[in-house]
Design a protein around this ligand. Structure first.
Ligand code: BGN
Length: 343
């Protein structure tokens, strides 16, 4: 009570000082001070919140001395969430270093909270080719990020090994099919390798609607590039995914497949949902031109016929050769040959 009275007294005192200064002609200075105060007290932008390292506090994760059956459910909101995260990019990361920082992650990139039953069971699928540095940066951030959220998850990397043009849609279809063989996942996250989440309140669990998580990317000045944008990081329940017949297999090269997926969702009379922009923030890792992922000139034409094609081009027509399945310390790796565009 005494403390509250003091704070109130100081606050009133400050107001009196400001009023006196204002009446003595210091208008400009007074409004500057007020602006600074209001932006630092009222603005919800992350710059004003204390940003924690993505690993901070995780040393508190400890197993309980209980059998699995006796574990309690994890709380709705994880006690490890801290909001905006300080994102830094350590140089020369190795798989061993990242694994050492994540002692609870098991071979294959599996994690489940050791002290409670997770509310979310999520497969994270990363389409990949020749971006090792990006992959390591993403793994360095994503493992602790997901552990902060007390999620049961596995990270799957789908590696296109052939020399044909990159095909993101098809890689995601392969990831879905192979991940579902491993576990009865309730939620599938489709995650670009170059997007680093910046706020752990962007929880990687599915809702009743398809989710678009990458709402605010630094490359787009932390705004949506357009209203129906459905790229970068998205999530679907397996039932949503099957309803839209998965993703298109025939977008070879950059662009358009994410718009096709959005159309499939709308054509099936579903809506998308998004986290608040303050939560759905991402940093995009910089990269030069990707050889083998040239801009796809056919994308406009393909997009104009999604409504005709979606039923006979998707998970029901997917073909590929799975060359290997390997459990690394930090992820399960599916190496695939997708065939070529004329198949
Ligand atoms: C869009 C691309 C998307 C891409 C976003 C953001 C197309 C189709 C032409 C209508 N869509 O323009 O695939 O994710 O930009 O870069 O090119």
């Amino acid at each position: 009570m005494v403390v509250q009275c003091r704070v109130l007294f100081i606050f009133l005192g400050l107001q009196v000082v400001m009023m006196v200064l204002y009446h003595q002609g210091y208008h400009h200075q007074v409004s500057r001070v007020l602006n600074i105060l209001s932006s630092s007290i009222l603005s919800p932008t992350p710059a004003n919140l204390i940003m924690k390292d993505v690993y901070s506090g995780l040393e508190q994760i400890q197993a309980l001395n209980l059998t699995e059956d006796d574990l309690p459910s994890c709380p709705k909101s994880s006690p490890f969430l801290s909001g905006p995260l300080k994102v830094s990019f350590p140089l020369h990361l190795t798989m061993d270093e990242i694994a050492q920082k994540n002692p609870w992650v098991q071979m294959g990139g599996h994690y489940q909270p050791p002290n409670c039953w997770a509310l979310h069971h999520t497969a994270v699928i990363i389409p990949y080719r020749a971006r090792r540095k990006h992959l390591y940066q993403l793994l360095y951030h994503l493992h602790p990020f997901l552990q902060r959220q007390q999620i049961h998850y596995t990270i799957y990397v789908v590696h296109q090994i052939d020399n044909n043009t990159f095909n993101r849609g098809k890689l995601l279809n392969v990831g879905f099919k192979e991940a579902m063989k491993e576990n009865n996942w309730q939620c599938i996250y489709f995650h670009d390798v170059d997007l680093i989440p910046e706020d752990d309140r962007n929880v990687y669990g599915c809702s009743v609607l398809p989710m678009h998580s990458a709402v605010a990317i630094d490359k787009f000045q932390y705004k949506l590039p357009y209203q129906t944008y459905f790229g970068g990081v998205t999530a679907l329940r397996p039932t949503h995914y099957l309803k839209i017949n998965g993703f298109p297999n025939n977008y070879w090269g950059w662009g358009g497949e994410d718009d096709d997926i959005a159309s499939r969702i709308f054509l099936n009379k579903m809506f998308i949902t998004r986290p608040p922009a303050a939560f759905g923030r991402y940093r995009m890792l910089k990269h030069g031109h990707d050889k083998g992922n040239e801009v796809n000139p056919k994308r406009f034409h393909l997009l104009s016929s999604t409504h005709i094609r979606w039923r006979r081009n998707g998970i029901n027509t997917l073909n590929y050769k799975l060359l290997s399945k390997e459990q690394t310390q930090l992820y399960t790796n599916f190496t695939v040959n997708l065939g070529s565009s004329d198949q």
